[in-house]
Design a protein around this ligand. Sequence first.
Ligand SMILES: [Mg+2]
Ligand SMILES: [Zn+2]
Length: 179
Amino acid sequence: MKAIFFDRDGTLNIDSHGYINDPKEMHLFLSSAEVLKYLKLLEYKIFIISNQSGIGRGKIAPDSYRRVNDKFLMLAGGYNTIDDILYCPHTPEQNCNCRKPELLLLDIIREQYRIDFKASYFVGDKITDIYCGKQAGLKTIMIDNSDSGPDDKFFYEGKVVKPGICIQSVEEILNIIEK
Ligand SMILES: [Mg+2]
Ligand SMILES: [Zn+2]
């Protein structure tokens, strides 16, 4: 089974100020829903892997997270399109093993859905997404719409991390994914 793992905020939806705690602030990028639907037709499983440290920091109440997530799921096509959504609620200081680039959430999905990582992708807007995907042996796609400067964008903990492919917006995925 092949899959595409997506980061959520800044990759599929607008990440207005870092912590989305109100469903009214959840807006997909224009083509996200269409892209997801099409990838599903290509028989990719679709998973969302999201760091939500705002929960651990007390900026997003667990119930707000659920309501925001419900809105995301509805806009993205529901469980017909999205196979599963996993998130880490911890802060970096908690040193958990589920916050990207840690691999626990990917490992859980690989086990549960028997995903072939060599045939699968990780798509994200941050270098931690790319580092995470590479560590897991996934192909990586960086959506370079983040506001970090050109100098620090491709570094993780002092090391250069090169995305497999860099694109400007989510619809470009359709040109590069193996059909
Ligand atoms: Mg992001
Ligand atoms: Zn965690």
